[in-house]
Design a protein around this ligand. Structure first.
Ligand code: 5AD
Ligand code: SF4
Length: 441
């Protein structure tokens, strides 16, 4: 028997890429590949890339430079680029880095086995189509290996919102939703393999409108209620959402569905109506705050999370102050802030850019505020009785680590809990990036 070929995948960017990398590993598994953690051992290296900001895209080219040296020592090594940089710059990648054998865009991953066969025979292969057929169609044949207790499940891809800064509608294409039956089937399979928590993924996940059993489109809330009926599945989350798609039924589900966790990532990007308009966000700061009021009325303890861009073209100090004010008003448990990055082909790329030093200064100020809020909310958890889904053992003997309902990392000391258990705990201390807890009886 010949030794199996080894596959090394390096994943950049969002959780949807993590999900896609798992699917690519499974489909190449059928071609006789096993995963390796060590790039130097690999027969095939795939970079699953991110194009959302310039820095993320640049990293790919520097990594490819390093891989070229590896390939010089190991001529049979095949190098592939997947993900959003592949979609946006496929031919340029091939031109700039001749060591690359294969380029595959996110909508064409089901073509990977054929593409692999071609590169094995010495050809180059590039596919950045947006094909009609579903790239997830071949998933039924995936192997049945045990899984970690928390898993991602992509339910929709692409986006029709066209925010003026964002490449997603170009790299991932138009919004498209997977049918409910396919998602339920995949969810049941995950649960059979040990999964207790599923995070539903989509670039604009709350715009989900997949086909139901009766042939009509179902909302994200309807999908969540269907998942709620799966025995053994204990927790449901979803990300990333747009404020305009927080429909009444979804807000209601946050109050009524026990398995839906009290955590919501709802990016607003800016607190200035003038900038929101220039971003083509089609909501105001006030309408965003009203949505949050309604969500909190349904689920008072919900922990809010968000994304912010500072230094968007034409942003003034007053606009930036409005963003800080909005953050003060919401009180975020988690928030991610980014310096605006010019993306070729997007409308904002043509506009007057903010001085980079000013943008740096704003980034530091927004991050200081966000950190303060996050720490306050973590401190407020001390003394509370929560539940932790145990994911792994900790550094100290007897210590286990997992996530609370609110997605905080929690260390449980002297615990006999096992991976996959959901254990009642009392939070005893807020550390820098995690909480400490003792198990309750
Ligand atoms: N520059 C900076 N941040 C961006 N994001 C998206 N596009 C850009 C860009 N051009 C941020 C947004 C989005 C998150 C995933 O990345 O905040 O919500
Ligand atoms: Fe990009 Fe999100 Fe706006 Fe869609 S809604 S264009 S994915 S930032």
């Amino acid at each position: 028997m010949t030794a199996p070929k080894k596959l090394f995948i390096k994943t950049y960017g969002c959780q949807m890429n993590v999900y896609d990398s798992e699917r690519m590993a499974e489909s190449l598994g059928e071609q006789g590949y096993v995963a390796t953690e060590n790039a130097a051992d690999a027969d095939m290296i795939l970079l699953n890339t991110c194009h959302i900001r310039e820095k993320a895209a640049e990293k790919v080219y520097s990594e490819l430079g390093r891989l070229k040296a590896l390939k010089a020592e190991k001529p049979d090594l095949k190098i592939g680029v997947a993900g959003c940089v592949a979609q946006a710059e496929g031919e340029e990648i091939m031109r700039r880095q001749p060591a690359v054998d294969l380029v595959v865009g996110p909508q064409s991953y089901h073509r990977l086995p054929d593409m692999e066969a071609r590169v094995r025979s010495g050809e180059k292969s590039l596919n950045t189509d947006f094909p009609e057929e579903d790239k997830f169609a071949a998933l039924e044949s995936r192997p049945k290996a045990a899984r970690a207790p928390s898993a991602f499940l992509t339910v929709q891809e692409g986006c029709d919102k066209f925010c003026a800064f964002c490449v997603v509608p170009y790299t991932r294409g138009a919004e498209s939703s997977r049918p409910v039956a396919r998602i339920l089937e995949e969810a049941r399979d995950l649960v059979d393999r040990g999964v207790r928590e599923i995070t539903l993924l989509g670039q604009n996940v709350n715009a989900y409108h997949g086909m139901g059993a009766d042939g009509s489109d179902k909302s994200l809330a309807e999908l969540i209620w269907a998942l709620n009926d799966i025995d053994g599945l204990a927790r449901i989350r979803f990300t990333t959402s747009h404020p305009n798609d927080m429909t009444d039924d979804l807000i209601e589900a946050h109050g009524a569905c026990d398995k839906l966790m009290p955590y919501l990532h709802l990016p607003v990007q800016s607190g200035s109506d003038r900038i929101l308009k220039r971003m083509n966000r089609s909501h105001t700061a006030e309408s965003y705050l009203q949505v949050i009021d309604r969500i909190r009325a349904a689920r008072p303890d919900i922990l809010m999370s968000g994304d912010f861009i500072v230094g968007f073209p034409e942003e003034t100090e007053e606009d930036f102050q409005a963003t800080l004010d909005l953050i003060e008003a919401v009180k975020y448990g988690y928030a991610y802030s980014f310096k605006y990055s010019t993306r070729p082909g997007t409308p904002a790329a043509e506009r007057a850019q903010v001085d980079p030093d000013v943008a740096d200064d704003r980034l530091q100020r927004i991050q200081a505020l966000i950190t303060r809020q996050q720490q306050e909310i973590q401190r407020d958890m001390v003394g509370r009785n929560l539940h932790v889904l145990v994911e792994k053992s900790g550094r100290n003997p007897g210590q286990m680590v997992g996530k609370s309902e609110y997605l905080h990392a929690v260390h449980i000391d002297n615990s006999d809990a096992r991976v996959g258990d959901i254990v009642p705990v009392r939070i005893t201390e807020a550390k820098r990036n995690s909480l400490a807890a003792l198990r309750r009886k």
